[in-house]
Design a protein around this ligand. Structure first.
Ligand code: DQA
Length: 145
């Protein structure tokens, strides 16, 4: 299966930013772990991170034209603001799992709003960086059915 993992703004700062919310694993270590999961499960996993909303939209559109079969996305703060990202996910109709490292529902009220949630097949929130692995497993399981 061809899976694309997308990380939005500030997620490249993992390991540095607010460890109380996001843990101590560095972004590089997380990317390595995701890449290793691709190797271990025999699936083709690519990864992309950007701090720029339009670049994230471009990447989701590109996924459609390159045969990506599943997307895992942590849109970071754009979760709570971006209709453009939501529309991109809706447009490509690729099964997409929304991931948040922290439990967004137990934080500030503005984090409880997700514009992308209802165009995703699942949301995983508050499971730390393991949430990415769960999201990948969910997509792989879905495709076995
Ligand atoms: C986040 C939660 C968002 O509210 C925040 O803006 C992030 C990270 C998370 O992974 O918990 O950048 O998506």
């Amino acid at each position: 299966m061809k899976i694309l993992v997308i990380n939005g703004p500030n997620l490249n700062m993992l390991g540095i930013r607010e460890p109380g919310h996001y843990g101590t694993e560095t972004f590089e270590a997380l990317c390595n772990r995701i890449a290793q999961k691709g190797v271990d499960t025999g699936n083709y996993i690519t990864q992309y991170q950007s701090n720029h909303e339009g670049d994230l939209v471009d990447k989701i559109q590109e996924a459609y034209f390159t045969g990506v079969e599943g997307i895992v996305i942590n849109p970071g703060a754009y979760t709570h603001t971006s209709i453009a990202l939501r529309d991109a996910v809706s447009a490509v109709r690729i099964p997409t799992v929304e991931v948040h490292i922290s439990d967004v529902n137990s934080r500030e009220d503005f984090r409880k709003v997700s514009y992308i949630r209802d165009v995703c097949v699942k949301t995983i929130s508050g499971h730390g960086t393991d949430g990415y692995m769960e999201a990948i497993d969910f997509l792989l399981e879905g495709y076995k059915k």
